[in-house]
Design a protein around this ligand. Sequence first.
Ligand code: GBH
Length: 464
Amino acid sequence: RSSLQPVAVQGLPAGFRWGVATSSYQIEGAASEDGRTPSIWDTFCRVPGAVHHAEHGDVACDHYHRMPEDVELIAGLGVDTYRFSLAWPRIQPGGRGPANAKGLDFYKRLVDELQGRGVTPWVTLYHWDLPQELEDAGGWPARDTALRFAEYAMLAYEALGDRVEHWTTLNEPWCSAMLGYAYGAHAPGRTDMGDAMGAVHHLLLGHGLAARQMREAAGSDPLELGITLNLGTATPETDSDADREACRRADGMGTRLYLDPLVHGRYPEDVVEDLAAQGIELPVREGDLAAIATPLDVLGVNFYRGALFSGVTEDGSPTDADGLPVVRGVERDLPRTAMDWEITPTELTDLLLRLQRDYALPTVITENGAAFDDTVAADGSVPDSDRTAYLADHIEAVAEARRQGADVRGYFAWSLMDNFEWAYGYDKRFGIVRVDYDTQLRTLKDSAKWYRDTIQLTRNARTD
Ligand code: GBH
């Protein structure tokens, strides 16, 4: 790349959406106000050792109390879209029963503020804050949670559907299922692969039931419905059969397990067989797949990195300690973010072209961004050229995919502001706006100014 000077991005279509994204638990705080009940993250944050420095979202960015100023900040960036999530335990405390008017009221005011400033709200229904009561009743491995989710979705849609057109059901069901129920790295911290696969199916079922009911309720009203997945690319380290087999497995568990049922109405046979070999079966019942395959208007793509895989251990064995086939991520000699994630922008182009070929849905990048160890200069500015470069290279990768035929319609930077980065607590900063957690002062980082100027130049350069 040549420079960090903002320039007009070439090749994006008219109406291309520019946005910033956040999620409820990561920014809101006000954890026990106005009738909100605990979510699995409130609980998980209290488990010793679960979260860096035992941090939690009780206050976070205090967005719940600073919402109008934050909307002003968003509008000042010149983005046309703001992606945020609704906290289920605010809207339906405990995950059952009627809606909580005070919880809904906060989001109605947020939507009003956004629309009053010309910013389109893009609502995610579930970004990981499951009501604790539903986890106590079994969580996502329990089928009932899917039904509860659809009910909650309809409470939200009935209250906000007249003013909100863009709805995402779930954020990253892979993370909910795998990090939450298989690896124990996220709430609720369980570690059973069978439970995780139950969670996958019930997350997808919850999505499908909600999508179907929302479509029915919308009738001829405008509704753009989608789901957001965390997706990457899997590249074999060598051309060996073992390495290509590892990529098949990584892609199967990470991408096809979700997109095949969502788009084609069936689970991928090879993944089903691999799971059966571990004695695991997806708890599919008659009619589930038809619900899951309810047509989508848009696929949300969260992209952070692509990865290289090997099918053998470092000493060449094709099976791991549990006798399972090896799927080993291989580190490359590439620049990395503060999360230690490799920076792989061209793989975003590859991903978008592959999604176009295999699934042919319109896509929006609903998250892309990076944590870096920011410094604050003496004049208070934040010279985060590494983040600016990351954004520039990934936006260019999106434009390149578009030029090669991928139907990608928008790009949302993760994140509007520094926030509670899950198990990493407040240590990792993804914001284009800095948050001082002592004063709650927000400061535009240099990357935010670059993003604002890039959006403006790109819009102004249009001739149509
Ligand atoms: C998103 O998750 C979340 O939606 C958002 O809330 C969060 O703040 C943001 O990302 C930043 O983390 O193979 O070790 O490189 C992204 C979760 C990140 C999960 C990349 C899989 C690969 C980990 N994903 N990740 S690694």
